[in-house]
Design a protein. Structure first.
Lengths: 136, 557
């Protein structure tokens, strides 16, 4: 809930504090190339099926770009909202496990007590690799 | 100067350009390479390569190789890095997997204190700077044995940085001298291990066992300070010994507790570094050096033939004895690193900064860990050299075999014999027998007490050294008998009656006048014949050195 308030606050301050640089044209300098789409699809295994999806992506990028309106010079980046919290250290005791049966129920396809996956890595149809990458 | 000779700067190594003609060879199946036989491949004049960026100079051309290593060591802990499931090598598939390890929704990582201590101890042993504040990140990639789709690691700010690993290599013609070298430790980080995939090509599927998923790993990154396979292997060996001495990892390569990837490139000395390749799957101590040397030679051959080195990932094929390209994902991997949102920064303290009134279980004091560090192999070796006057090579040999040092120390405790004698017997005779029968020290039929007793008999001159060897052999074969018993049974005691020996010598001299003449003529081997005769007469119960003494006196030489 508070994140939304902060965002709204930022938006307001950004608009009010100083002149926006010319509004970033989503179709202009932030053009998302076909190459980039292919790269993202491979990385995230997401399917940008249509031009509409790509347009939506470009709008999302433009939306996030508004963060640049805030001047953060000399401000130490906050990497985690947990930075003031204590990292709990657990004692080195065995308290979990031994639930193979339960876990295997989550999978459609099992062989003895193994999960089953397609051979090698998940191959991407567009690439012209003949064999998937064989991991050891 | 017909054949360009490549000299590759590694102690004692000379490599000959093994290319033939202008055809460059790629990838697998290059038969030349890993052996250092200089005779092979000495072709006639090398033809001009077809494609050259730079014409190779005829004549001597030096190459320098640069090797950096990334080592993953499994932390010796009861439970995993972020969950409470057990760490064990052999267990029924998927039986040591918690909900977090299986990446079920709603689970969160909880850091294991023991793993942090292991990382700090290792960092201290390698003279690293321990970061008082370190961070965890997610490294994303898709693979069936990585159920979460990312690995939790420490990319931005690892737990330890800027250390050094001191190791030794054998140099010299007879490889008897030890030279100390140093490899920089770039960083040590904590990260999760992945599960295991078993490929079933018959049914075109992969079987996944997540027992290993989430086990704590220490990634140790060594700077590219090594120049050949031998140095890399020696560095790895020393790291293994350190980890084992600290108890932070059992570092057994055969069981996958220590895995090594090498980054290798070659260049002409004085010129900038070449393109590097990464060689993975170097998981055998035996083949580590060979694989690295193969890759170095492959790169040299490729460049000499006018080819180029691709920045790629290769794998070592043990059967073929060569590196082969791994079918790489297109372009460079993009791991999309991001901070691990579920873990706050890891804070470590020292005695000065330790916060008061906190639960000791929740804070880690670096100074306390430093005080509790066990003795490092380097220190143990130095002590051995100082205390027992042995050569550095001997101290290395004693530490190189599991249980050997303890055996040696037990013998020393119980015997009056000189340490040098003990060292020699343990490293030559004892170790020799072990190696012959492929036994570990723990499986030895001879106990330290037995050897100590034997050495005492030798020290008291109750038996000769050749008799001692016989006794040792008998000890090895028949359990339960003591050296004294064997000596009595086989009548191996040295003659204590000096007068009787004098008599025997005199009678032998009288019986063989021809040999006596030979000796007096100056034939150096004639005296050995006499010694042999006397020995037989004494039924092997006289020390040859003593016999020689007596004979020489009697012959007034």
């Amino acid at each position: 809930m508070w994140t939304r308030r902060v965002w709204l606050g930022l938006r307001a301050s950004a608009g009010g504090r100083r002149g926006f640089p010319s509004k970033a044209d989503p179709q202009g300098s932030r053009r998302v190339t076909a190459e980039l789409i292919e790269h993202l699809e491979r990385l995230a295994l997401v399917d940008f099926g249509s031009q509409e999806a790509v347009a939506r992506l470009e709008k999302a990028i433009a939306f996030a770009d508004r963060l640049r309106a805030v001047d953060t010079d000399g401000v130490e980046p906050m990497e985690s909202v947990l930075e003031d919290r204590c990292l709990y250290l657990r004692s080195d005791n065995v308290v979990e496990g031994n639930c193979a049966e339960e876990l295997l129920q989550n999978s459609h396809h099992v062989v003895e007590e193994y999960f089953v996956a397609p051979p090698g890595n998940i191959s991407w149809p567009k690439l012209d690799e003949k064999e998937p990458f064989s991991h050891c | 100067m017909a054949t360009p000779v490549l000299r590759w700067c590694c102690p004692g190594r000379r490599w000959v350009f093994a290319g033939i003609g202008g055809v460059s060879r790629h990838g697998r199946g290059v038969p030349t390479g890993s052996t250092s036989s200089g005779k092979r491949g000495q072709s006639s004049v090398a033809q001009q390569p077809l494609i050259t960026a730079q014409k190779p100079r005829k004549g001597e051309r030096e190459w320098a190789a640069v090797v950096g290593l990334e080592i993953h060591a499994q932390i010796a802990s009861n439970s995993k890095l972020f969950s409470g499931s057990q760490v064990d090598f052999a267990a029924p598939p998927n039986s040591l997997v918690s909900f977090f390890d299986a990446s079920l929704p709603g689970t969160l990582p909880v850091l294991n204190r023991r793993c942090v201590e292991a990382a700090v101890m290792t960092g201290l042993a390698l003279d690293c700077h321990i970061n008082r504040r370190s961070l965890f990140d997610r490294k994303h990639y898709f693979y069936a044995d990585l159920p979460a789709g990312y690995q939790i690691t420490q990319q931005r700010l690892p737990i330890a940085v800027n250390g050094s690993l001191v190791y030794s290599v054998c140099v010299g013609k007879r490889r008897s001298q030890m030279v100390t070298k140093t490899a920089g430790v770039k960083q040590i980080q904590l990260e999760q291990d992945s599960g295991k995939s078993l490929h079933d090509s018959l049914r075109s599927q992969t079987l996944i066992d997540l027992n290993r998923a989430g086990v704590g790993l220490l990634e140790v990154v060594l700077e590219p300070d090594m120049s050949c396979g031998e140095e890399a292997a020696a560095a790895i060996r020393e790291l293994q010994l350190i980890l084992q001495a600290l108890g932070t990892s059992q570092a057994n390569m055969a069981e996958g507790q220590l895995r090594v990837d090498a980054n290798i490139s070659v260049h002409n000395p004085g010129e900038p570094l070449g393109v590097r390749t990464e060689v993975k799957n170097l998981n055998s101590a035996r083949f580590l050096a060979k694989a690295i040397d193969y890759e170095i030679q492959r790169q040299i051959n490729e460049l000499e033939n006018g080819g180029k080195i691709l920045n790629e990932t290769r794998s070592f094929d043990y059967k073929l004895g060569c590196t082969v390209p791994m079918r790489d994902k297109e372009g460079k991997q993009d791991y999309r690193f991001m901070p691990e949102p579920n873990l706050p920064p890891l804070l470590l303290y020292d005695s000065e900064s330790l916060p008061t009134g906190t639960d000791p279980q929740q804070v880690i004091n670096i100074d306390q860990l430093r005080e509790q560090l066990p003795e490092l192999p380097r220190v143990t070796r130095e002590k051995l050299v100082q205390q027992y006057g042995m050569l550095p090579e001997h101290s290395f040999a004693l530490l190189n075999e599991v249980g050997l040092l303890e055996f040696f120390q037990n013998v020393i405790k119980e015997t009056r014999a000189e340490p040098k004698k003990v060292t020699s017997w343990v490293l030559n005779t004892f170790l020799g027998f072990l190696k012959q029968q492929n036994l570990a020290v723990s499986e030895s039929p001879v106990t330290p007490s037995a050897l100590a007793e034997l050495l005492d008999l030798l020290d008291r001159k109750a038996i000769s050294s050749s008799a001692a060897k016989q006794v040792f052999q008998e000890l090895w074969r028949s359990k339960g008998k003591t050296p004294a018993q064997i000596v009595a049974e086989k009548k191996l005691e040295l003659m204590q009656d000096a007068e009787a020996l004098e008599q025997l010598c005199r009678s032998t001299l009288e019986a063989h006048p021809q040999v006596v003449t030979d000796v007096k003529k100056g034939n150096p081997r004639a005296i050995n014949k006499l010694i042999g005769l006397v020995r037989r007469a004494t039924l092997g119960r006289a020390d040859p050195t003593v016999i020689k003494e007596v004979l020489e006196r009697q012959l007034s030489l």
